[in-house]
Design a protein around this ligand. Structure first.
Ligand code: 13P
Length: 222
């Protein structure tokens, strides 16, 4: 199982140092990825992998407010999130997402590519068509690809998608590619054991329940 923590816009340099130290001391070989905000990235040696929530597809240059590969490389980071619905909602288009994917691939980075439908698409039963379109943007054969299925209607709501819904979507995705598959959307210490038993589920991408390190440790140990 892969346990990935998307800290979103939470934690400072000081609080993340404590977070990383506590999480490291609780880990015992589990596969854990943590995505802190840029300015909280740490140079400490942890027992988990740090990744970035975002980047601009450049090494450096005149891109005000953006972070490029030079800055990411300095931390030795090789794991990136792309396509999170919260970034798509801020205006990241398929064109930009493709440019980010292609850039990250050219760097040989590990990519967690996020896809997921909104509640209207879910209710009208066209989830699979919608997800297929989102996947058209990327090279599904890329060897360092992980795909995270995160239905927008389950993110931050406290209501995870049901085991049946997740199973159906992951089975569909596994028919399209060989990449490891994660589920994200209100994963917590109570539902993790059911979710982890879903066939084709290789791990979880956790938001809210990962922000408090003790909570995240409980989730991993559950
Ligand atoms: P929540 O766990 O808060 O629903 O967030 C999921 C998510 O967006 C992870 O990327």
């Amino acid at each position: 199982m892969i346990y990935a923590a998307n800290l979103k816009c939470n934690h400072t340099r000081k609080s993340f140092k404590e977070y990383g130290t506590k999480l490291s001391s609780a880990l015992n070989g589990e596969s854990v990825l943590v995505f802190p905000p840029f300015c909280a990235l740490s140079e400490d040696k942890f027992k988990f992998t740090q990744g970035v929530q975002n980047f601009y597809p450049c090494d450096n240059g005149s891109f005000t407010g953006e972070i490029g590969a030079d800055m990411i490389d300095e931390f030795g980071i090789t794991t990136v999130l792309i396509g999170h619905s919260e970034r798509r909602a801020l205006g990241e288009s398929d064109v930009l997402l493709k440019a980010k994917f292609d850039f990250a691939k050219s760097k040989n980075w590990d990519i967690i590519y996020c896809i997921g439908e909104d509640d209207i698409t879910h209710m009208n039963g066209s989830t699979k068509e919608f997800l297929s379109e989102q996947l058209e943007n990327i090279d599904l054969e890329y060897e360092n690809l992980i795909i995270a299925y995160e239905p927008i209607w389950a993110i931050g709501t406290g209501k995870s998608a049901s085991v049946e819904v997740i199973s159906g979507v992951l089975e569909f995705m596994s028919s399209k590619c060989n990449a490891p598959l994660l589920y994200g959307g209100s994963v917590n210490e109570k539902n993790i054991s059911d979710i982890s038993q879903i066939p084709n589920c290789d791990g979880v991408l956790v938001g809210t329940a990962s922000w408090d390190v003790e909570n995240f440790i409980k989730l991993i140990k559950a």
